[in-house]
Design a protein around this ligand. Structure first.
Ligand code: SF4
Length: 406
């Protein structure tokens, strides 16, 4: 859905801007060097915007230097004490996050909104199911409901409107996936502000990542959401990485790293696909190049998938047939599949596909064809290549039981 656009530092959020990734530091913000180290790690992992807590004056003092040296815009996270919001503004924060559930005095809220309006600094109204205003919670039957989350955001918006401030993005996070989805859908129908998506307190990976993905991806696929955060019980680098990967998978951001396509393996596999795929992922991830790579266990789907990817390898008779843009460029022993993938990925990235293809083994296509025509276990033959006959034993065996005979 089309939302208005706001600027968080130099990063646009909303409107026709790309969906952005956010994360939050886990360091003490007064620890300037430690916090900046983590911000750089988060930016490298894909975070476009980073939030730091501003929970004490020392944190606000730290923010001065952090904002000055950060590679990405900094959001100051404010809870309970509106004076910390004012100190964060003085420190140069690019955006504030205010939680309506724990700064409830209208005079304080309007004082902060006034300052933000005068300085041109946006605010995220960050509603959280775990810290709803107690009055509002009671009015909604002592339950966190989509209506309660949205009402909390709208009440804060109304206070901002009283001082003519509307430079706002909004989140309505809950720890239940269906609740969070319903709350954002309701919010998207109610306001035109950019929305920050997140499932709060998702927990540790992999379940936490799955839960957050279920909520965030559902909404993004409906066109809801302008910026996202995975709230994982993990190193925040994992969060930033997960957010970035999700957007790449949905085609909302250009791929920065590896996209590995691999078959799940089955009884037809002619190599240990799981082992090859895991080793390939580790080795190719280290290259840090945007490339799509297919690892396929046999000739059934292998050549097709391998042809579609930038490079791919399909197994045939315990060998790997390596494709670049659909052309077989090498046939390598099983033990060299990963090294060969790394070699060709590097060449394609460095020299381009055309130049890489010029270095192809001219005999590879014919060899691959021979392997594909004679897989290790073609239908009707046993593992050693001996002809087999399958016959049903009609007497003495349950119906459907097959026996192989010479
Ligand atoms: S590509 Fe081959 S080995 Fe992999 S799952 Fe499909 S049939 Fe099985």
């Amino acid at each position: 859905m089309h939302t208005r656009q706001i600027m968080v530092g130099a990063v646009p959020v909303g409107g026709d801007a790309l969906v952005t990734v956010q994360s939050m530091t886990t360091t003490r913000t007064r620890d300037v060097e430690g916090t900046l180290r983590q911000i750089y790690q988060l930016a490298a992992a894909g975070a476009d915007i980073v939030r730091c807590t501003c929970n004490e004056s020392e944190a606000a003092e730290g923010l001065v230097e952090i904002v000055r040296r950060s590679p990405v815009p900094i959001v100051a996270d404010i809870h309970n004490n509106h004076r910390m919001a004012l100190e964060a503004l003085d420190a140069g924060a690019h955006c504030l996050r205010l939680n309506p559930g724990n700064i409830r005095n209208p005079t304080h809220i309007k004082e902060v909104a006034n300052e933000c309006r005068d300085r041109g600094i946006p605010v995220r109204i960050g509603v959280n199911g775990g810290s709803l205003d107690p009055d509002l919670y009671r009015r909604h039957g002592n339950r966190v409901t989509p209506g309660a989350l949205v009402e909390s955001a709208l009440a804060e918006l109304a206070l901002f409107a009283e001082v003519g401030f509307d430079d706002v993005k909004i989140s309505v996070k809950a720890s239940s996936v269906p609740l969070m989805i319903d709350a954002y859908r309701m919010l998207a129908e109610t306001v035109g502000h950019p929305l920050h998506l997140g499932l709060t307190e998702a927990g540790p990976p992999p379940e936490g990542t799955q839960k957050a993905t279920a909520g965030i991806a559902t909404l993004l696929s409906e066109g809801i959401g302008d910026t996202i955060r995975y709230s994982l019980t993990a190193d925040p680098v994992v969060e930033a990485h997960a957010g970035r990967r999700l957007l790449e998978m949905l085609g909302l951001r250009e791929r920065k790293g590896l996209d590995l396509i691999a078959c799940p393996s089955c009884g037809r596999a002619e190599v240990d696909v799981i082992d090859v795929a895991n080793r390939a992922r580790a080795a190719l991830d280290r290259l840090g190049i945007p490339i799509q790579v297919a690892v396929m266990g046999c000739v059934v789907n292998g050549p097709g998938e391998a042809r579609e990817a930038d490079i791919g390898i399909a197994a045939g008779r315990h060998r790997g047939h390596l494709f670049v843009r659909g052309q077989v460029v090498a046939v390598v022993p099983e033990g060299e599949m990963v090294a060969s993938l790394v070699d060709w990925a590097t060449r394609v990235h460095r020299d381009g596909a055309e130049a890489a293809l010029a270095g192809a083994d001219v005999t590879a296509a014919a060899r691959a064809l021979r392997d594909a025509d004679a897989p290790v276990t073609p239908p009707g033959t046993d593992g050693e290549g001996e002809p087999t006959r399958v016959e049903r034993v009609l007497s003495g065996a349950p119906e459907g039981v097959l026996r192989r005979g010479a």
